[in-house]
Design a protein around this ligand. Structure first.
Ligand code: PBG
Length: 337
């Protein structure tokens, strides 16, 4: 450092040196503005039929689809690490998928059996149940389709029935991930009418039509079935004011919590929601984001642990109350060490 530079610095910046607060680990700990803890994490799990079955999701290295008994084990581990809740997604067998997605409201479907098994064995962990028809429909769309058109209100009716069987089975939180209009209000009414006024709704409010869902669609088996795209209901990634209108409406309709999805490419939306609404906002670090980090780190170009922690911390900094992430268990273990 030249003497000339030091003199210039002292004169004009009055000795202000930002690096003082970064000079040691304890100092950085002391001034850190946000924190990441296991209680910020929600762990999404994919369920399949069978016993002691574990089927790797090829496009998500390190993520397996689990049979119900293994989901129960995973729930136990998650609870022991302080993860507050699981988000459950069923991979419905092909022969049970149909155009009307009737399996969505079969009280004995894979989703409901999973919810009740986990509720019974690990009552201390929260259960978030995804409600959308793509996990049960023959065409991979989140809505019923007639002549190539997604039917809004007919879809909502099926979703309400689906939410009710899930609540009966033990879901603590219903999470509609479909983006049909009016579904939050309809689900709230449906739940209340059945006596489930304590069941919360976490709405996938700002859910964008995204390429980053690719690996998830593999995992639940909707990808190869999908006809067309989801742009008539999921948000256009060019928009952000529209997301705020969706949120305002979902809150009016009775949503208790809202979600922004995907995660990292949409932190600006998380921040806008946080600044404009007084409601817990969650972000979903989706399958494609998990896979991007995982594959990059497998080639040795980045460190997995560091990338995982940095990406999750970024959600907290942006204002998210918590994150749905496939890294949840790995991260919780690390944070607890
Ligand atoms: C289905 C649903 C999707 C995801 C969660 N629920 C996929 C989609 O809308 O096509 C994506 C989650 C992920 O990519 O991790 N309604």
């Amino acid at each position: 450092m030249s003497e000339r530079w030091v003199k210039h610095d002292m004169d004009f910046l009055a000795g202000r040196r930002h690096r003082r607060l970064r000079q040691s680990g304890w100092m950085r700990d002391l001034v850190r503005e946000t924190s990441l803890s296991p209680s910020d994490l929600i762990w999404p799990l994919f369920v399949i039929e069978g016993k002691n079955e574990r089927a790797p999701v090829k496009s998500m290295p390190g993520v397996d689809r689990l049979s119900i008994d293994l989901v129960v084990q995973a729930a136990r581990e998650a609870a022991a690490e302080g993860i507050p809740a699981l988000a459950i997604f069923p991979n419905t067998p092909g022969h049970l998928r149909s155009d009307g997605a009737e399996e969505a409201y079969n009280p004995d479907n894979l989703m409901c059996r999973t919810l009740s098994a986990v509720k019974q064995a690990v009552p201390e962990i929260g259960l978030i149940a995804d409600v959308a028809l793509d996990e049960y429909s023959s065409n991979g769309q989140d809505g019923l389709v007639r002549d190539g058109v997604i039917l809004n209100d007919e879809t909502v009716e099926v979703m309400v029935k689906s939410a009710i069987v899930q609540a009966h089975a033990g879901a603590d939180v219903i999470a509609p991930s479909d983006m049909m209009d009016g579904r939050v209000f309809a689900i709230r009414q449906g739940l209340d009418a059945e006596g489930f006024d304590g069941t919360a709704i976490m709405s996938y409010t700002a859910k964008y039509a995204s390429a980053f869902y690719g690996p998830f669609r593999d995992a639940v088996g909707s990808g190869e079935r999908l006809v067309g795209d989801k742009r008539t209901y999921q948000l256009d990634y060019a928009n952000s004011d529209e997301a705020l209108r969706e949120i305002a409406q979902d809150l009016d309709e009775g949503a208790d919590m809202v979600m922004v999805k995907p995660g990292l490419p949409y932190l600006d939306i998380v921040r806008r929601v946080r600044d404009n609404f007084n409601v817990p906002v969650f972000a979903y670090q989706v399958s494609g984001e998990y896979t991007m980090i995982t594959l990059a780190c497998q080639t040795g170009v980045m460190d997995r642990t560091a990338a995982m922690l940095e990406s999750l911390h970024a959600f907290k900094r942006a204002g998210a109350k918590g994150v749905l992430t496939y890294f949840a268990l790995e991260t919780a273990r690390l944070l607890n060490r």
